[in-house]
Each structure stands twice: as structure tokens, then as C-alpha cells.
Design a protein around this ligand. Sequence first.
Ligand SMILES: C[S@@+](CC[C@H](N)C(=O)[O-])C[C@H]1O[C@@H](n2cnc3c(N)ncnc32)[C@H](O)[C@@H]1O
Ligand code: SF4
Length: 421
Amino acid sequence: MCLCIASVSGLFLIGILKCSWIIYFQKQFKSRLESQIGSDSYMKAAYIHIPFCHHICHYCDFNKVFMKGQPVDEYLEALGKEMELIVKDDRDVLDTIFVGGGTPTALNENQLEKLVQRIQKQLNFDSKTEYTFEANPGDLSKEKLAILKNAGVNRLSFGVQTFNDELLERIGRTHCAKDVFASIEAAKAVGFENISIDLIYSLPGQTKQDFIESIQTALSLGLVHYSGYSLIIEPKTVFYNLMQKGKLPIPGEDAEAEMYETLMEQMELHGLHQYEISNFAVPGYESRHNITYWNNEEYYGFGAGAHGYVNGIRQSNYGPLKKYMEPLSKGELPIMDAHRVTIEEKTEEEMFLGLRKTEGVSIRHFQEKFNENPIELYRDQIREWTSKGLLKTDEGRIFLTRQGRLLGNEVFQSFIGVSNR
Ligand SMILES: C[S@@+](CC[C@H](N)C(=O)[O-])C[C@H]1O[C@@H](n2cnc3c(N)ncnc32)[C@H](O)[C@@H]1O
Ligand code: SF4
């Protein structure tokens, strides 16, 4: 049985989704869909991918490259072009913008300035828009923080992972705990109050006590949002190769489950409510961007390897920089595949994405959206998981129990491809 990990960005989320349906892709079909990608419907959210990192962590399989020697400026140009091609002039005000990576804060000051200016030019947002940048601790100078603040960025999400310096080194990070304290202090000093940090648990050699200490240090910072992910060993990473050789001392499933329980307990104790499997917030500071994904709503995805969901079409861009930039230099979109989501897939997605949220799936909302009762549509699945104590239906909602959160992936999988069975 495997434990759950939450999605952290458009890329990550769709990484999980990708396994969940068969994306078929035919050239003719693709170009027909491409012409429909420009948005007609109201688009609430935009994800922008910056694929550069100053170092590569041992566990990471996100679309990223070692930054030195890369055509960063050309990439930013291409990104601007992509937004220009997709977003129409009468565009709506976005509810959220999420700039993720890779490492957006790896850009130098000029590049960062260029990026935020292109975003400003192409996207419509205002002071109410949740505008997030992912950041690596130690990357943000006062100047970079000022550029972000002046551009209207109002949320920072730091990839801390652990406060144990030895563990940080072991997982291939270059920052240490004191960089985190300094970065957060500097961010607060320029006026950022909506700050989140990511922690990872079940790291090689990590004990429950190590993790408790990291949680406590994280909580002592008094932030409004925390994410806690269980380590996933992904193919083509250093950790995967070590694991294949039997040289990666990862804690077992029981230890992992205990760490997750501890995370939930500690967050609750400190007034941070769990609104999704891996996400905890002071009420009012939940990530609106990620909630867009879990509500199965549409969003733009810009950048190499980014995934978008526009006008009922899920689409993904080429990941390698050259393949992404080349079509854009000719005024064409860098779409690798595109798939019009069928009604059956939509209802399945509504279930397995919605169940990630603590509040689960609203029966009334589902009925309004699809004209079907989810209880009847997924009678077998709901019955099975309810009898096993992993799912509950109460006050018009279907949601995971506390036990269900531990085994969420099994529940989600059971909703995938139901209509094809
Ligand atoms: C892709 S990173 C981008 C942000 C930034 N570059 C960083 O590393 O902090 C976003 C988050 O994904 C999580 N993450 C990445 N790979 C993971 C893995 N294999 N298992 C669990 N969490 C992972 C980490 O918590 C990380 O902070
Ligand atoms: S975890 Fe973040 S910093 Fe590390 S390689 Fe992945 S994207 Fe880059």
C-alpha cells in the first residue's frame, strides 16, 4: 500500500493525473485541438514554469535543467510569446498566478525583472489575485524580494524540506537551516506575510524524532501555510538509482505513516487546519491556486513541460528547452499533446481530485455540474471504501476519513477509468 503525496504545482498534479487516463495523441487531432486552445471560457488560474536550478536535488524529477550555460533570456522571451499567443485581449482578471519550477528565484535580478514584466504585460491580475513564487531558501536577495513585491507578488512558497542540515546535504540541497531563517526574515521585512514552506518526510535516514523537530522548528516560524509531502522515489533520480542498488535507507511504510500522523496532529494542535491531504493553513490562507486544480477547474499552463486545461482540453508542452522554444520562435504553440476531456473523464477527475480536499466532494455541486448523482454513479466504489472505513458521506459531502487520508491513492485509483471497465 502506498501513502499519498499531494500535488504541489500544475506539473506535479498532472504528473499524477497522467497515469490516470490514456492520453491518446494523433497529429491531425492535435492540430485541430491546438487551434481551440486560446481561451473562451473564464480562466481563473495560470501556472508558469521556470525550469532552471543552480543544483539538482537527488529526489527531483520535475522538468528542470542545471542553469549554467542555459539560454535563460531566450526562454523568457519564448514564455512571453506563448502567453501572448494564448491569452486573448479581453482577458478576465485572474484569481491566481503560480510561478513554479525548477527554481524561479534562481533567475538573476535582470531576468526576474524581465519575467515579472512579461507577466504584467500578458496577464490580467489585480491586488486580489493570489500571486505566488516558488523560492529556494538562500536565493532571495533584498533586491530580488523588492522586484517581486513591486510586481504584485503576494505569496512565497519556500522549498525547505527539512531543518536538519545533515539530511539537507544527504538529499542534495545546498541550503542549510539558517538560510531558511534568514530568507523568511528578509521576506517578512519587505512585507510578505503570506509565506508557505514545503517539508518532505520519510527521507533516507530520517527518524520520527528528526521529523518532529523539523515540524516544531517550522511551526515556531509562525507561518500561515505549510505543505508536508512524503518522499516519492522517482525513476531517473539519484535516489532511484541508489534504491535499485539497495543503498537507500528509506524508512518503511509504518514509519512513514507515523510521520504523517504526527504531521497532522502537530498542525492541528497549532491551529493550522488540514484542507488537503498534504496542505495545512491558517483559515483564509489556503492556496487558492492548488484548490483550482482540486476543484477540477481550468487553468493556463505556460512554459516548458507545463500542463494546461483550457476550453475542456488538457494539453502539455514539450519539456526540453529547445523543443519548447523552437515553435514559439515561428509563432507556433509548443504543444506536445492535447486531449479533449470526455464527460466520463471529467466526472472521474471531479471525484479523485475533489477527494483530496478535506471537505471532499459536494454532492449538490456535482449534480449541478454533471446532472448526475455521484452516489449513484460511483455506487460500488463508495460502498467499498465506506465499508472499509476510508470514505464517509455526511451533510451532503463525500470525503476521506482520517484513515482514508493515509491510503488515499488507493481510493483515488478506484475512480479512474470506471466508465471503460
Ligand atoms: C519541484 S519543487 C520546486 C521548488 C523549489 N525548486 C524547491 O526545490 O524548493 C516543489 C516541491 O516539490 C516537493 N518535491 C519535489 N520532488 C519531490 C519528491 N520526489 N517527493 C516528495 N516531494 C517532492 C518539494 O517539497 C519541493 O519543495
Ligand atoms: S527540488 Fe527544486 S531545486 Fe531541487 S532540483 Fe527540483 S526543482 Fe530544482
